[in-house]
Write a protein that binds this ligand. Structure first.
Ligand code: NAD
Ligand code: UDP
Ligand code: UDP
Length: 331
């Protein structure tokens, strides 16, 4: 591998991990699957800014080229339209595996990317999810908690798919000595999030901007902890560069009921926005909040952006995408 060159006495670019002191980073070759998506595209921005060469593999199932347009023409950037369910041959140093809409992809896509990592000796990072904890009986959730997941429920395709992906990742690590990292990501929001993906933050923000009632499911007392995307990307990069496999919870411990979230959205966008109650979905987790002591201790990471600070940044982006140039005249 030629990712690092000898340069004694200069190592500030050394982010830690396997890079010996005295070796200067020359720029890594990094694969980001799902790099055209919400989180992936922000990660790509950071990696390119750091000087790495980035290959994005994406089938544009939920992501879009728009999220990456600003990198087109950069020789250090390459975009490949490909479904990770199909095998692929590439040469890279690190793999951030984000591609995933549903369980079949979690399993087949993860298997292929692990096979790829094994063949080329790349370090592999899986973006798992707080959903592996299911409807948790422990609160807040610590990484040692095994979770409470309904294996035959409406959400289990995603939950069990990610649990299987974690299992495969650890098996490749134990059996084949592959270098792996596992992040359990808690609810994340920010610019470039899909406008109509049905998630609560994107729903409330789009609804408030369109002067429609905010749809609160159930009694609105269920909780989630919302993390701003730049905090997540920082955590993913520290995890990849560090010495620890994980799993690590990456999330913001600030916990909100859905009614409290609706209030923050009202305060940020429109104090007169109405609230409309709707029946909740099946198997909806009652509460969720990360214990991030492990990430603090071993990655030196913690989120910096509160919901009240981060939400307006997302609102600007949504306003732009929903109303286009109109917003320049109305705001
Ligand atoms: P996203 O839908 O915006 O991004 C996923 C990307 O993967 C999209 O660009 C999509 O087109 C691509 N993709 C999907 N299936 C593919 C396939 N078979 N082959 C190639 N590309 C494919 O979602 P996101 O919010 O950016 O999530 C990124 C990762 O983080 C996912 O693995 C997700 O499970 C995990 N995660 C996200 C959150 C969150 O709150 N955003 C929370 C927990 C875990
Ligand atoms: N794979 C891939 N690219 C590679 C190497 C492997 O997509 O460069 C796929 C391969 O097609 C297989 C999966 O990864 O479906 C697992 O590969 P591995 O070699 O671990 O398992 P095996 O093929 O021996 O069952
Ligand atoms: N939710 C809501 N209104 C919406 C969308 C979701 O009240 O318009 C609730 C949903 O029932 C859940 C919470 O918000 O309790 C988070 O849902 P989301 O799908 O965003 O994330 P996840 O359930 O995967 O954590």
């Amino acid at each position: 591998r030629k990712a690092y060159e000898l340069d004694a006495g200069f190592s500030h670019q050394n982010a830690g991990g396997k890079i010996p002191l005295g070796l200067k980073r020359k720029g890594l070759r990094i694969l980001v699957t799902g790099g055209a998506g919400f989180v992936g595209s922000h990660l790509v921005d950071r990696l390119i800014a750091r000087g790495d060469s980035v290959i994005v593999v994406d089938n544009f199932f939920t992501g879009s080229k728009e999220n990456l347009l600003h990198h087109f023409g950069d020789p250090k950037f390459e975009l490949i339209r490909h479904d990770v369910v199909e095998p692929i041959l590439l040469e890279v140093d690190q793999i951030y595996h984000l591609a995933c809409p549903a369980s079949p992809t979690n399993v087949m896509g993860t298997l292929n990317m692990l096979g790829l990592a094994k063949r080329i000796g790349a370090r592999f990072l899986l973006t798992s999810t707080s959903e592996v904890y299911g409807d948790p009986l422990q609160h807040p959730q610590v990484e040692t908690y095994w979770g409470n997941v309904n294996p035959i429920g409406v959400r289990s395709c995603y939950d069990e798919g990610k649990r299987t992906a974690e299992t495969l990742t650890m098996d490749y690590h134990r059996g084949l000595n592959l270098e792996v990292r596992i992040a359990r990501i808690f609810n994340t929001y920010g610019p470039r999030m899909c406008i109509d993906d049905g998630r609560v933050v994107s729903n409330f923000v789009a609804q408030a901007l369109r002067k429609k009632p905010l749809t609160v499911y159930g009694d609105g007392k269920q909780t989630r902890s919302f993390q701003y995307v730049s905090d997540l990307v920082e955590g993913l990069m520290r995890l990849m560069e560090g010495d620890h496999i994980g799993p690590f919870n990456l999330g913001n411990p600030g916990e909100f009921t859905m009614l409290e979230l609706a209030k923050v959205v009202q305060d940020t966008i429109d104090p007169n926005a109405q609230i409309e109650f709707r029946p909740n979905t099946e198997d909806d987790p009652h509460k969720r909040k990360p214990d991030i002591s492990k990430a603090k201790r071993l990655l030196g990471w913690q989120p910096n952006v509160s919901l009240k600070e981060g939400l307006p940044l997302m609102v600007n982006d949504f306003r732009q995408r929903i109303f286009g140039d109109e917003s320049d005249h109305t705001s």
